[in-house]
Write a protein of this length. Structure first.
Length: 473
């Protein structure tokens, strides 16, 4: 596939390197030649300095032969114009644009441009992380099949993994303890506070049996009926929740509005007093001016009574400091930070700070639109250490048992979509051509899985890709 990317920022550069590594022909356009320094090896595509909607620049990039065009600059007007030119003048088969200002979405829709709003995607991700209680839905399939993350209630006695077995009804995909995955063995112990990631058939799965195995009763106290849907507290409970947000930019203001509309008590902090103007007149929360990690400001915002805190400023170090202060000094249990630079993820994990990386999240959404058959990340857990991935059964494992693939690829299959039915996986199940699997795997293993998926491409396509690569070089 020949892909032209306009904009070599965090998202554009990450996508360029990823696509190049997978063997696609990539051309990156940016008006700032210094931006290309973000392109780390194994990028082997082309770079062109220029404006994304300049016809000469686009022709130099080979837009007449492009299979896809991604408008990912930091400017909505530039993205809109470049996407329109790629669509209307050159007829590029697939065009995707990034929207920075949510107010511009109507404009994109009116001209028929396929777009993604990074701030909306990130705000929704934070909303989910801040508000879920007891059960979190990571993925849903038709017929009542879900991948759930269940927090083991504090009143349970714990159990061995084999005591939780419900063959054909549920399968454990990951056991996370203190945001780290625990190696799964039949005799491994489950403890209060652990997080269990389960693939379940809700029509057959028994919550009573599950909780009984944990030595906990009754069901109603800790797993309310609505938790079997998307989770989260009831409307009445939301009014008693206090959530503090640091940062009132595009993401922070949008998240604050969402939480306020849902009935949560919200306080927003920003060092710029004018940032509060982003909040609508219908916003029911509070706005406070000051630094995100200033203790006086945090206390004025009600951090001592807060049930959750999110650090959403535009600076990784500020977010890191604010999260550390709130978690270390005020003992807040639910603290989530925004991560700008993906390279700092290891630092956040080492410090035990939950984070959401907007760059990786948006890149995942773009790749899903661009290549829907490619292995895609459905969700993340264990503080981004474990990925929940959907992919087609690799050719080398067709006709083999699931346990064989799990042992070789170090993953755990939860659901299998086969023709017109969905099944909860079992180790002895034989894989077939066309099976689509939902599995949990360690994040570093994703690159290996994507290589396996490429093995299924016809040899003619691989030869064509090599010829195009030689031509570009």
């Amino acid at each position: 596939m020949r892909v032209i990317i306009a904009g070599c920022g965090r998202v554009g550069s990450q996508l360029a390197v990823l696509l190049s590594h997978e063997g696609h022909n990539v051309v990156v356009i940016d008006r700032d030649p210094q931006a290309f320094q973000r392109l780390e090896l194994p990028f082997n595509g082309l770079t062109i300095t220029g404006v994304a909607f300049d016809l000469d620049v686009l022709r130099e990039a080979g837009i007449e032969e492009a299979d896809a065009f991604l408008a990912l600059t930091n400017y909505d007007n530039t993205n809109l114009m470049a996407a329109e030119i790629a669509t209307d003048m050159f007829g590029v088969p697939q065009v995707i644009a990034r929207v920075y200002n949510p107010d511009k979405e109507l404009t994109y829709r009116s001209v028929g441009i396929d777009y993604l709003s990074g701030s909306a995607i990130l705000a929704q991700a934070f909303h989910r992380e801040l508000t879920w209680q007891g059960i979190l839905v990571h993925a849903e399939k038709t017929g009542g099949f879900q991948v759930l993350e269940v927090e083991v209630p504090p009143g349970s006695r714990g159990c061995r993994l084999y005591e939780l077995r419900q063959p054909g009804k549920a399968r454990l995909m990951s056991l996370n303890r203190k945001a780290k995955p625990v190696y799964l063995e039949r005799g491994s112990c489950v403890q209060p506070g652990d997080h269990l990631v389960l693939a379940v058939n809700l029509r057959e799965f028994s919550w009573d049996d599950f909780l009984s195995a944990l030595g906990f009763h009754p069901l109603a106290e800790h797993l309310p009926g609505e938790a079997l849907g998307p989770g989260g507290p009831s409307r009445e409970d939301r009014g008693r929740w206090k959530i503090v947000l640091a940062g009132c930019g595009r993401v922070g203001s949008q998240l604050a509005e969402m939480l306020s509309l849902d009935g949560y008590g919200v306080s927003v902090i920003d060092k710029d007093p004018a940032a509060g103007e982003k909040l609508s007149k219908t916003f029911q929360g509070e706005f406070h001016t000051g630094m995100a990690f200033d203790m006086d400001v945090l206390e004025e915002a009600g951090i001592r009574e807060a049930d959750a805190f999110a650090a959403l400023t535009n600076y990784d170090n500020t977010n890191l400091m604010a999260a550390e202060v709130v978690r270390g000094i005020y003992g807040a249990e639910r603290v989530v930070s925004r991560l700008y630079n993906p390279d700092k993820g290891d630092t956040y994990q080492a410090l035990g700070i939950e984070f959401i990386c907007g760059t990786s999240l948006l890149a995942d959404h773009v790749m899903e639109r661009l290549m829907p058959t490619r292995p895609r990340v459905l969700s993340r857990t264990a503080n981004n250490r474990v990925l929940l991935v959907e992919f087609e059964c690799p050719g080398r494992y067709r006709g083999k048992r699931i346990v064989a693939m799990e042992q070789e690829e170090v993953l755990r299959v939860g659901l299998v979509s086969r023709e017109n039915e969905i099944l909860v996986a079992s180790p002895e199940m034989t894989l077939q051509e066309g099976d689509r699997l939902v599995a949990a795997m360690l994040a570093p293993r994703l690159a290996r899985l994507r290589k396996l998926a490429q093995e299924g491409r016809p040899e003619t396509l691989r030869r064509a890709a090599r010829r195009r690569a030689i031509h570009l070089s």
